[in-house]
Design a protein around this ligand. Sequence first.
Ligand code: ATP
Ligand code: MG
Ligand code: MG
Length: 393
Amino acid sequence: RATLGVVGGGQLGRMFVHAAQRLGYFTAVLEPDAQSPAGLVSHHHIRTSYDDPAGLAQLAQLCQAITTEFENVPAQALHLLAQTRAVAPSAAVVGIAQNRIEEKAHFAACADVSGVNCAPYTVIETPAQLQAVQEERTDLLPGILKTARMGYDGKGQVRVKTATELGAAWEELGGVACVLEKMLPLKAECSVLVARGWDGQIVSFAPQRNVHVEGILAVTHAYEGNMPPALADRARDAAISIAHHLGYVGVLCVEFFVVEDGTEHGGLVVNEMAPRPHNSGHYTLNACDASQFDLQVHAMAGLPLPQPRQHSPAIMLNLLGEVWFDADGLPREPDWCSVLRLPGTHLHLYGKLQARAGRKMGHLTITGPDVASVTSVARRAAGLLGLPGLDAI
Ligand code: ATP
Ligand code: MG
Ligand code: MG
């Protein structure tokens, strides 16, 4: 029986494993954590670090094809696996997505075809560059200083208003390679998921509109009319051309900012990409006839990619660790029964044992016959659970 492998044991790996198992595949997860969401549900769990040659050799021996579920897996590990097995996405594109400097260079390189650019930015890698930016690039202030590597959920980022704050922020981030990005007045944010096969076949989901709270995704709005149609078409086309330009294989998520029309960016700015399924695509599990994880399985296994069809409007609410604590900070089990009594609610919990503030513990997707009823149920569920981010509908 064929076995599919994934490097990383988080919730994205868990949902990948579920999708692979539904097609009859065995699965193997490489993840050091004994209690990881994906390791707990997989046939094989190789419990070593992501760069352990023995663990990687075991994964390669077990699997026909291997993918990854988080972008900070050492690109070198994927490179090693690719010597003997089909690996998607490739070490090269994962390497680009792991480094904001390379990622932005890629976006710039295909801006002519994609029709979108990133926010104005500059690179800061040395004290001399910092000083030069402090003196000559005040046009980028107020801005956000972001580490080139390892940032996620708004970690590794500091918002800065002045040149002095910029200096302090660079020190706070450890003096590592960073990009300073101009802070843009966002009207909205959206993301696009595409899946591309080995043969270049590409399918995509309609853009979803995302609301972030404190740098972490809180709410995803996935329904027709979630953003102006012309903008949605542009975002989708841009994501497709970015994936083609990378020669990407697998599921790719491209994040965009929507800014005021009439600016130099023409209303759409590309933010970053994730070389894997994405939190903003979790609604596809319940609202579409093929989920982002189904497409990940199809793409890596070389199966035809179905063009997914969304059959219900949906809103996804992220369930962070905060939900497991009451107003006094005491641990509690959320009142799932009240939530599940509401029509069209789909609860997904990732099996994480320890709740912590900001930790992604699960998500709730609401589907229904129309946007109004989905919105109303989402508001009630958010009220019951004390979730933020729905005011911005
Ligand atoms: P993720 O978890 O999506 O990988 P991340 O830590 O890589 O997040 P970004 O996507 O770069 O971080 O930024 C997080 C959020 O901060 C964005 O979704 C947006 O809300 C805000 N943000 C980032 N850059 C800018 C900018 N240049 N102007 C305005 N807001 C920004
Ligand atoms: Mg990111
Ligand atoms: Mg992001």
